[in-house]
Design a binder for this molecule. Structure first.
Ligand code: NDP
Ligand code: MG
Length: 391
């Protein structure tokens, strides 16, 4: 087990999720590395209770008041908060060195902004934060001299490849291609939930797994990369790399390309964000074996078969609240697909319809962004209910 030269006091928002649980596994394997000051969960109280017992945080937050009351009874000395206000309170804790934002969805935005305004470094997994409010978040991070350390594997790869160098020409983001890479249109039209959720390479939360099947996830990642690395959309390329060994790359002005490779495991980028700027031995993972891997393949994405990718890039280029609309419409459509209310290909159709008919807000504030998000979601829910009546 690795030893770390300074204990970092961390808060993990979304500790019961895919990223959150893996982040806790990372901390388990670095002796004297971390003090877990705060944790948050949504509704998985059974797992959360185990985490509280094991990691002994001082502060926690859950989604509902009812669960918060139960936890407070069970752990009288614990500070228990709830709801979005609870997440915000955690983000205000002065004794935290680093916040890992691993909640899913738009609820990541306010705690991230709050922690930045309190001069705290962020390990950012939550994509929606940058997709919805990348301009505001990155500006605020700059003003507060705060580091935004990417957790998403592609962005962690790019961050590691750039390594503070200048003169970067292109960012090259890899995509596995998802479960429907080789499927026909007919097969995608009839795709059921299990098929959409069986990602060939990564085990993730359900929403992001469906996004990986439509390639919307890659589109969101391009928007994330645009903000994180301050790169024009024209200079961000996507390549399909089914083996997921090369996590992304950058091309420099002199023609050199530096790529980051390794086995597909989220433990590695999570750990890098948590231990940055140090690297250390953490969870024992098998070494990447070039001979065993034998070949790395690269293909052009099929923009026709996966139109969500282009839609995301288009909305990114339009900027402003167009990406709020994209994110909200897509997320609501994905939820409807997960609840078996719509078919797989309807996710794109609904998102596209909303984006085509969207009237944006220029120079939005955070409140404008949240209002727009709510407005789009309400409309999408209405559309889906109407569709269900008609079909
Ligand atoms: P999960 O769905 O597995 O986990 C989400 C976490 O957020 C859980 O702890 C969940 O709590 C909590 N949560 C959800 N809704 C609420 C709410 N209303 N109030 C409070 N807490 C809530 O998601 P992932 O871990 O897969 O993803 C998290 C974020 O990281 C997403 O933005 C995703 O895009 C991004 N990401 C994920 C990757 C991955 O490999 N999974 C890779 C790159 C980025 P509970 O379960 O207790 O209800
Ligand atoms: Mg990713």
């Amino acid at each position: 087990m690795a030893e770390f030269n300074k204990v970092k006091r961390i808060a993990i928002l979304g500790s019961t999720g895919s990223i959150g649980t893996q982040a806790l596994e990372v901390t388990d394997n670095i002796k004297n590395g971390f003090e877990i000051v705060a944790l948050s969960a949504g509704s998985n109280i059974e797992l959360f209770t185990k985490q509280i017992l094991k990691y002994n945080p001082m502060f926690v937050s859950v989604k509902n008041k009812e669960d918060a009351d139960k936890l407070q009874k069970q752990f009288p000395s614990l500070y228990v908060f709830y709801g979005e206000e609870g997440l915000k309170k955690l983000a205000e804790l002065p004794m935290v060195d680093l916040f890992l934002i691993a909640v899913s969805g738009k609820i990541g935005l306010i705690p991230t902004i709050t922690a930045i305004q309190n001069n705290k470094d962020i390990a950012l997994a939550n994509k929606e934060t940058l997709v919805m409010a990348g301009d505001i978040v990155m500006k605020s991070a700059k003003e507060h001299n705060v580091k935004i350390l990417p957790v998403d594997s592609e962005h962690s790869a790019i961050f590691q490849c750039i390594n503070n160098e200048k003169n970067v020409k292109h960012l090259i983001i890899t995509a596995s291609g998802g479960p429907f890479r080789n499927s026909s249109y007919e097969e995608m039209k009839n795709a059921n939930l299990d098929e959409a959720l069986s990602h060939p390479r990564w085990k993730m939360g359900k929403k992001i797994t469906v996004d990986s099947a439509t390639l919307m996830n890659k589109g969101l990642e391009i928007i994330e990369a645009h903000h994180l690395f301050n790169f024009k959309y024209e200079d961000i390329k996507v390549v399909i790399h089914p083996q997921s060994y090369m996590h992304s790359a950058v091309e420099f002005d002199d023609g050199s390309i530096i790529a980051q490779l390794g086995i597909p495991s989220m433990h590695i980028p999570i750990q890098y964000a948590l231990t940055y700027p140090q690297r250390c031995i953490g969870i024992e993972t098998e070494s990447f074996d070039f001979i065993k891997a034998s070949k790395l393949e690269f293909y052009e994405p099929d923009f026709e078969k996966f139109p969500s990718l282009n839609l995301a890039i288009e909305m990114g280029k339009k900027g402003g609240t167009y990406t709020v609309c994209l994110n909200a419409a897509n997320e609501e459509a994905v939820f409807a697909f997960l609840n078996k209310k719509i078919a797989f290909l309807d996710i794109y159709k609904i998102t596209k319809y909303m984006c085509d008919n969207y009237v944006p807000v220029t120079n939005p504030s955070i409140q404008d962004i949240l209002n727009e998000d709510e407005k789009v979601r309400t409309e999408v829910k209405n559309i889906i209910e109407k569709m269900r009546v008609l079909l």
